[in-house]
Unconditional design. Structure first.
Lengths: 654, 346
């Protein structure tokens, strides 16, 4: 596979264990960005090669794990911006949407800036050196992301094709290169500004950023500021034409003015007006756009992209977006090869200036996604909605925006509390979002009831029926194993799965047989329509209703309910005897409540049980139970005779 | 990358297998020392909550069922048996009570006359099913008769692949017919293809061979279907002399023919890598099937990821540190960032 330019080497990670002769390393991937690595026996070898057999270690190796803890605020606040923007994408049409997209891009950047500043404060206050280094790494990364993002905003989001580009680029410089301002402040606060060692450096830095007002203020502090050369420079700076967004001037008009002004600079420089002061000559050389002086000032520009913008300001201020790339190589050549890290940043910025959006994203993925996909995914989302990304489909059916959002959401889903944010991102991935969500929901640990309810609610909102069922079954099974029958039943009821519900109701009945009473009466009494989910549950509910009726003294109601329960044969056979015993007090009442037909019904039931259950049931009966059985048989026969007499006499009267 | 935690397994010999439960909060390990251990993640630390010796000797594989069915493990040992274990009493005992949780052997499945080489629970939408393969080439599929009483398992199907089998993997897609891929470690290249794909037919109630991966002729040590997460194709990783990643697309599905006939797969090779420079032994996917880890005979573990153009690349290598001095080792033990910033990326 051909390696693309600037690609990194594969990362190597060493585990703190010695190599062993017949061993290999084996690994299992867990939830999220987690890998368990251990030494295992090479499958082909018969003997184990472990020298120290009693010390087998498993390494829990993780990556990308900490970004979200440090940048929680970033994750949460940009999540709000993202969700709002997706809503606007749906509801707004083009000119309005474009305004919102620009706004969102600025909002993302301002949240990032705020987080970066907050992190700086934390880092300053931090006493632990290793933590401090870690914070500083993050700050550095945040700063780089800001630098790239604001340039991308200028070039891909804000720039009108064919429009002038320099003014926003100067803003970009002034925003990200603050050293000139810092120095200027230091100089002005000193007692004798013009003899401050950084006086001229401050002047030059500000000049290279086109901050002419500040330059003039500094020059005015010089002891000789009233001499001719100083006044001359001040005049040139004051007269320098500026292109602004607001001015209703055409580019051609501006260019004419600018050429006129530069001619004046060159004329006055060549006339030797400033030879008295070397530093002033440098300033005017810059104003003239002199090639050599920029090379001299390269340290004050720090980077090639600063130099590029500075040169354009004084050499070609009407540069268009498409011409930007011609100057890059020359500016890069001024600087020596830089460290690999800044090389990667350089590549991204260069690709941005060359308007190669896919290269920008690809390089950013390689370089910046090591801790978070936050940057690329949010940027790609905006660019996608701006119509800057090809809508081309990827090999497996989604697009670049979705691919990146999925990666970002994936990193959130593995987090113990940010997973809910991840869910919202998955909601906006039309192709694979739902499948990813399904996969993750099945793997989200359900440590507590409340978390399970949260996950269940999330499934119901999104119509994920299979997953909702699975959550209920997992929770129900957990409760069942802990003998929490009530909770188990209420979870299984939510899953509407008859087989598992039957398991719990059977347990309820067994418990009743053993203890003679039901636990979780409130639950059984309030089953409502869910009683109809399965027969076993219907039976449980109705049987409980029989007890309620009996306790209330509604003998007629209780009797007919019990009989219908017995004749329906809904109950498991093991429970029949219990029900027949329930009939015993009814049979022994002074008045006859069971008629002939009903008494025969009970007798049939008992006989069926005796025929079928001889093997199991009777063997295990204790003496007292045998007594009860005899009592029942007796009561049945007595009731039968009473009922026959009673029914017979009623017939006679009729 | 960093070591977040080192877990002293207290296994007295090399570990054969480590398996996570569905939620990644429990882990089972098995070893040459004949024991199986269960670990729970408590307050961010892995704690051994159960450990027991199995009668069957060295335990080669351990795997979890879906928690919908309870807390169930299946193991296979070198004595040719497969055992199903269930935890009693749930995790109430982990609160306060420090006594180890009780795991009970529910059944021993001793149908195989040769070594059982792999054991896998089916994806949960197929119910509580367990597939095993053995070195005499027979794949057996068992199903729990009653999910609540695990003492009774029925041998549902059995088919002979006529190749010494080393590994098997269930297809993960919920929407297509059940699939099983098997791999053979038969070293004889002349014996032909070493990876076969079987599909279950609802109409015949049998497993049929639907595809043969001809591109892999060397001994195969592991096969793993990636979680499907909505992909319109199956993705299978094969560990052999090289690592191969293939995608299988059902052509029938595309033409919307009735699924009463078996699938016809169009096979595409997504990547083939010899980065290990030696045999590849074991494979593992992450839960979205976007990262694959492979362990090779060169003693390294490699992580693989596809970029947005579906080009797979090695993104990371983990190795044993040849001979780090004791104190240096201790410093690496401490959770810390790797020294170079941005050293992990895709």
């Amino acid at each position: 596979m051909a390696a693309t330019t600037g690609e990194r080497e594969v990362e190597e990670f060493l585990l703190p264990i010695p190599k062993i002769k017949n061993g290999i390393l084996q690994s299992v991937l867990g939830m999220g960005k987690q890998l368990h690595v251990f030494q295992a026996q090479r499958p082909s070898s018969k003997t184990s090669g472990a020298r120290d057999k009693g010390n087998q270690t498993i390494f829990d190796v993780q990556w990308n794990a900490e970004m979200h803890d440090i940048a929680r605020k970033l994750v949460n606040e940009t999540h709000n911006i993202f969700v709002m923007l997706q809503g606007q994408v749906k509801s707004l049409s083009q000119p309005m949407l474009y305004t919102q997209l620009r706004k969102a891009s600025k909002q993302y950047r301002s949240v990032l800036k705020a987080c970066s500043m907050e992190l700086m404060q934390i880092a300053d206050a931090c006493v632990d050196d290793t933590r401090k280094i870690k914070y500083e790494e993050h700050i550095q990364e945040f700063e780089m992301v800001q630098l790239i993002w604001s340039l991308c905003e200028i070039i891909f989001i804000e720039a009108a094709p064919g429009g002038l580009i320099l003014t926003p680029l100067l803003d970009w410089l002034q925003w990200h290169f603050q050293e000139g301002n810092h120095l200027a402040l230091e100089v002005t606060q000193s007692e004798q500004p013009s003899s401050h060692p950084s006086y001229w450096e401050a002047v030059n830095r500000l000049l290279l950023q086109g901050n002419t007002d500040s330059v003039r203020k500094l020059l005015a502090l010089h002891v000789y500021s009233h001499s001719e050369p100083f006044l001359g420079v001040d005049e040139l700076l004051r007269k320098m034409p500026r292109w602004t967004y607001q001015h209703a001037q055409s580019a051609a008009e501006y260019e004419m003015k600018w050429r006129h002004w530069r001619d004046e600079c060159i004329r006055r420089y060549e006339a030797g007006e400033f030879t008295a002061y070397k530093e002033l000559e440098t300033i005017v050389q810059v104003l003239c756009g002199d090639e050599a002086v920029f090379r001299e000032l390269k340290n004050q520009c720090e980077t090639w992209y600063h130099l590029l913008v500075s040169k354009l300001l004084y050499q070609n201020p009407t540069v268009r977006l498409k011409d930007l790339s011609f100057e890059i190589k020359a500016c890069q050549a001024v600087y020596n090869l830089s460290s690999p890290q800044s090389q990667e940043l350089d590549n991204i910025l260069q690709a941005t200036m060359e308007c190669d959006i896919h290269q920008v994203i690809q390089d950013s993925c390689n370089f910046l996604s090591n801790r978070s996909w936050w940057f690329v995914s949010h940027l790609a989302d905006i660019l996608h909605h701006c119509g800057q990304l090809d809508p081309q489909k990827l090999p497996f059916g989604s697009n670049l925006r979705e691919y990146l959002l999925l990666e970002y959401a994936t990193s959130l889903m593995a987090h113990k509390s940010l997973w809910q944010v991840g869910v919202d991102y998955l909601d906006f991935c039309p192709v694979f979002g739902r499948s990813y969500l399904e996969a993750y929901i099945e793997h989200i640990p359900l440590e507590t009831e409340s978390k399970a309810h949260k996950v269940l609610h999330l499934c119901q909102e999104r119509d994920l029926l299979a997953q909702a069922q699975s959550v209920c079954k997992v929770m129900g099974m957990k409760c069942l194993k802990q003998d929490r029958l009530g909770s188990a039943l209420s979870w299984f009821l939510k899953s509407k799965n008859a087989t598992v519900i039957k398991q719990v109701t059977d347990r309820f009945l067994t418990e009743y047989c053993e203890k003679g009473k039901f636990s979780h009466l409130d639950l059984i009494d309030h089953l409502g329509p869910s009683m109809l989910v399965t027969n076993s549950l219907t039976f449980l509910g109705k049987y409980r209703e029989f007890h309620t009726l009996y306790d209330k003294g509604d003998i007629q109601g209780a009797t007919s309910l019990l009989l219908s329960l017995i004749s329906s044969r809904l109950a498991p056979k093991t429970f029949w005897m219990t029900m027949l015993m329930d009939a015993l007090p009814l049979l022994n009442l002074p008045q006859v409540v069971l008629n002939v037909q009903q008494t025969y019904e009970l007798k049939h039931c008992l006989e069926e049980l005796q025929r079928d259950g001889t093997s199991n049931y009777y063997k295990n009966l204790s003496d007292s139970e045998m007594d009860k059985l005899r009592l029942l048989q007796l009561a049945l026969i007595r009731n039968l005779s009473r009922a026959i007499i009673k029914e017979g006499s009623i017939t006679n009267i009729a | 990358m960093f070591v977040a935690q080192t877990i002293a397994s207290e296994h007295k010999d090399l570990i054969h297998d480590v398996s996570f439960d569905c939620h990644g909060r429990r882990m089972a390990t098995c070893s040459s020392d004949h024991t199986v251990k269960v670990w729970d993640l408590e307050n961010g630390k892995w704690k051994c909550t159960a450990s027991w010796k199995t009668p069957g000797g060295s335990v080669s594989r351990v795997t979890w069922s879906h928690p919908e069915f309870g807390q169930i493990l299946a193991t296979c040992s070198f004595d040719r048996t497969v055992a199903v274990w269930e935890e009693l009493g749930g995790d109430l005992s982990t609160k306060g009570d420090s006594s180890a949780n009780a795991w009970l052997k529910r059944i021993s499945l001793a149908d195989s006359r040769t070594t059982v080489t792999d054991v896998c629970f089916a994806p949960k939408h197929l119910g509580l099913q367990l597939a095993t393969c053995s070195s005499d080439g027979i794949v057996r599929i068992y199903e729990a008769v009653d999910v609540m009483k695990l003492g009774n398992w029925q041998l549902q199907c059995e088919f002979n692949c006529n190749l010494s089998l080393s590994c098997l993997s269930w297809g993960t897609s919920r929407t297509s017919a059940p699939l099983i891929a098997v791999g053979s470690d038969d070293a004889n290249i002349a014996a032909g293809a070493k990876v076969l794909i079987y599909e279950y037919s609802e109409t015949t109630r049998k497993w049929h061979k639907v595809s043969t991966i001809y591109s892999v002729k060397e001994a195969v040590h592991d096969v793993k279907f990636a979680p499907s997460v909505g992909r319109p194709f199956h993705q299978l990783a094969i560990a052999s002399d090289e690592l191969t990643i293939i995608s299988l697309k059902n052509v029938r599905e595309e033409s919307r023919q009735i699924s009463s006939e078996h699938s016809i797969f169009e096979i595409r090779q997504s990547g083939r890598f010899n980065d290990h420079g030696s045999k590849v032994w074991r494979l593992s996917w992450n839960i979205t099937g976007t990262i694959l880890s492979s362990s090779g005979d060169d003693g390294s573990v490699r992580l693989w990821k596809a970029n947005y153009l579906d080009i797979w690349k090695c993104i990371s290598v983990l190795k044993a540190d040849g001979g780090a001095p004791e104190e240096e080792r201790a410093s690496i033990h401490a959770p810390s960032m790797s020294s170079t910033p941005g050293s992990f990326r895709y």
